[in-house]
Write a protein that binds this ligand. Structure first.
Ligand SMILES: Nc1ncnc2c1ncn2[C@@H]1O[C@H](COP(=O)(O)OP(=O)(O)OP(=O)(O)O)[C@@H](O)[C@H]1O
Ligand SMILES: [Mg+2]
Length: 283
């Protein structure tokens, strides 16, 4: 245990040689299903945007939940991330303007892993696709499926950092070690900079001992990597996608929206502190 503690936070490639700022690319990953990857991706995107940041969200999950939660139907979408990854069409051609810019998924994304597996550079398809738009955004947030397959690997290769949502109720430390092992492989072979940037505790219920213990275990094992902001359990998060909207739009003044605003501020502050430390080191 404590594996992730030993790893440095990601050192990011966020500048071109001309000094243009490139978006930070954050993959939201956990091979366990239903831990709030999609919920966190969308609501953080909208929270970043409220803070004046330019955000692209990428739906890399064949389930298309992120796409659906913005009121689009993946079953009828004609061109999607599948075509971007497999047919190499420009990502700009499949971006829809919703609450944030959204690179959509369609059902054929389910065939992407198989189609990609025979291709040269199969792990770098997303990284290549994002090159077109990285100078146009501050953040690119990538939602991944509940597996550590080729789509998630593509997200890790393209990413400057990974955020791992974990559900307080069914905390799986073994699952987290497995995720970190995959990430270590990516770091060794494909993207030396990528690492876990933070762990978000979701579906937290402060009234239960179980939830409080889950947080304790997380903090014992991963220390600073665990964000102070906890995302509480509330039905608001399930209600919003039915209306095709984020919780920030659905219930702007509610506690559920505020939680993701707070998390967004914490992520930005952690980044600024890290940049400051880097700058001092190089001064
Ligand atoms: N803090 C929360 N409290 C209560 N319910 C939540 C919370 N966050 C998310 N949910 C609900 O839990 C379910 C799973 O969330 P979500 O789809 O974001 O998880 P996921 O990790 O993306 O799932 P998958 O692995 O299938 O992609 C959804 O119905 C969502 O609305
Ligand atoms: Mg999801």
């Amino acid at each position: 245990m404590g594996l992730m503690r030993l790893l440095p936070r990601s050192q990011e490639r966020t500048q071109t040689s001309q000094g243009t700022q490139l978006a930070r690319v954050i993959a939201f990953a956990n091979q366990k299903g239903g831990v709030a990857k999609t919920t966190s991706t969308l609501n953080l995107a909208v929270a970043f945007q409220e803070q004046g940041l330019r955000v692209l969200v990428v739906d890399l999950d064949p389930q298309g939940n992120l796409t659906m939660s913005q009121g689009l139907n993946p079953d009828v979408i004609e061109r999607s991330m599948f075509d971007v990854l497999v047919h190499r069409i420009p990502i700009s051609e499949i971006i829809e303007q919703r609450e944030a810019d959204l690179a959509v998924a369609s059902i054929d994304l389910a065939g992407a892993e198989l189609a990609l597996s025979a291709m040269i550079g199969r792990e770098r398809a997303l990284e290549k696709a994002l090159a077109e738009v990285r100078a146009s955004y501050d953040y690119v947030l990538v939602d991944t499926p509940p597996s550590l397959g080729l789509l998630t690997i593509n997200a890790f290769v393209a990413a400057t950092g990974v955020i791992v949502p974990v559900q307080c109720e069914y905390l799986s430390l073994r699952g987290l070690v497995q995720l970190e092992n995959t990430l270590a492989m990516v770091r060794e072979n494909l993207n030396p900079q990528v690492g876990v940037e933070g762990i978000v505790a979701t579906m937290f219920d402060g009234r239960t001992l179980h939830s409080r213990e889950a947080i304790e275990i997380l903090e014992e094992n991963f220390g600073e990597l665990v964000y102070r902001t906890r995302i509480r359990k509330t039905v608001r998060y399930a209600e919003a996608p039915v209306k095709g909207s984020s919780v920030l739009k659905y219930d702007p003044s509610g506690a559920a929206a505020e939680a993701y605003r707070e998390l967004a501020r914490e992520i930005v502050a952690a980044k600024e502190a890290e940049d400051g430390a880097q700058a001092r080191k190089h001064a």
